[in-house]
Design a protein around this ligand. Structure first.
Ligand code: ST9
Ligand code: ZN
Ligand code: ZN
Length: 332
């Protein structure tokens, strides 16, 4: 037994002891949350939008059959502007696109009015990197409503801005298509999201301006918004986790259909580089079919895919034992 050498010790003072205790208590307490600041302008706009969209549902009954087709086409265009454009091309760089395709996707993206691609992609990169923390813009730990739409009705948590500054967006700022989109965003958004869809219906098949505005304008916009938001809410809560059981994103069939193939969210958070945002191909994934079509006509290239072996290994190591949407034989 060695001598204790107590005379060589530095004795802790009562003040030091108190400080230490306070530090330990502080570390173990949940981080102090700043007060939630509601942005009333956005609250009023979202309430108006959803009431106007309900009126649009009523008008769908009376509008011409061509408007129904145009409704589906504009849903597809603005949806792909988000999925194939902002999400898979710009936020994740999961494939490359030539200039004509980038221009088309930027126009369709503007038609979806979800903020410009640079802002959208920066938030999305922050979402992946700091998922389910205060720095996640639509942190699903703050509940279904917050992750669906609530995050757009309040000022962002200071951590979103602080951590977001560490996320590199130089590639986005270097794309002239995105710089131009940002420059003309407001007038271009009003024209492409609301005016142009109504103009086409009025000019080509004589739909009334009123009906066209509330159906192919407001209702179509609101549905695309909700399909997108469902990826942050529903697909972070209700479904299975074949690839990583430790994270909250899940595979959700209804979201995959409504969001043009973006409901395979457990896979997407596990392998965000994959251009299909899914283990599979075109099944319930119009966006992958669209990108493959663009590759066929020479506009898209360099698509990234995860090998079946790597997926299998990962599923065995971290998955919850299910496959696909809980199927034993998922569609290819
Ligand atoms: C909308 C977007 O709906 C939806 C995105 C959903 C994403 C889903 C992803 C899922 C996967 C893909 C699935 C696709 C499925 C598609 C299906 C299609 C069929 N890092 O913003 P501010 C800075 S939009 C770093 O004013 P506030 C910022 O630069 C709907 N910095 O924050 C600025 O700096 P400075 C329509 C950041 O004041 C400062 O912070 N649009 C970051 O807290 C202040 O920025 C709306 O409704 C960051 N991440 O206000 C408008 N973020 O001062 C909504 C911010 O230097 N937006 N900064 O310039 C707003 O009104 C406001 O942003 C706010 C927050 C009130 C929400
Ligand atoms: Zn993503
Ligand atoms: Zn997510």
């Amino acid at each position: 037994m060695p001598p204790r050498n107590l005379e060589k010790c530095v004795y802790v003072t009562e003040a030091d002891q108190k400080d230490e205790l306070e530090a330990v208590i502080e570390q173990n307490q949940p981080a102090k949350q700043p007060p939630t600041k509601i942005v009333w302008r956005n609250v009023i706009w979202m309430i108006y939008l959803h009431i106007a969209a309900l009126y649009g549902v009523y008008l769908m009954y009376y509008c011409k059959w061509q408007s129904w087709i145009w409704f589906a086409v504009t849903y597809g265009m603005s949806g792909l502007g988000i999925t194939a454009g902002a999400h898979r091309l710009w936020a994740h760089r999961s494939y490359k696109a030539k200039l004509p395709l980038r221009i088309v996707l930027a126009i369709w993206n503007t038609m979806a009015f979800q903020n410009d691609v640079i802002e959208w992609s920066r938030d999305h990169r922050v979402h992946h990197k700091y998922s389910e923390t205060d720095a996640d813009p639509h942190n699903a730990n703050r509940g279904f409503f917050f992750s669906h739409v609530g995050w757009l009705l309040v000022r962002k948590h200071p951590e979103v801005r602080a951590k977001g500054k560490r996320v590199n967006i130089d590639d986005l700022l270097a794309d002239p298509v995105l710089v131009f989109q940002r420059k003309v965003y407001l007038p271009a958004m009003i024209f492409t999201c609301f005016f142009f869809p109504s103009l086409v219906a009025w000019y080509f098949w004589g739909e009334s301006w009123w009906t066209a505005f509330f159906t192919v304008g407001i209702l179509r916009y609101t549905l695309v918004l909700n399909a997108t938001w469902a990826v942050n809410s529903v697909a972070h809560m209700f479904g299975n986790k074949p690839y990583d059981r430790e994270i909250s994103p899940v595979e959700t069939l209804s979201v995959a259909v409504a969001a043009l193939g973006e409901g395979y969210h457990n896979y997407h958070h596990t392998f965000p580089q994959d251009y299909s945002a899914s283990e599979f191909g075109w099944g319930r994934n119009c966006t992958t079919a669209f990108i493959d079509f663009c590759a066929w006509i020479g506009q898209a290239y360099g698509m990234k895919k995860i090998s079946p072996e790597m997926i299998k290994r990962r599923m065995e190591r971290t998955g919850d034992g299910s496959t696909g949407f809980g199927y034993t034989n998922p569609p290819k």
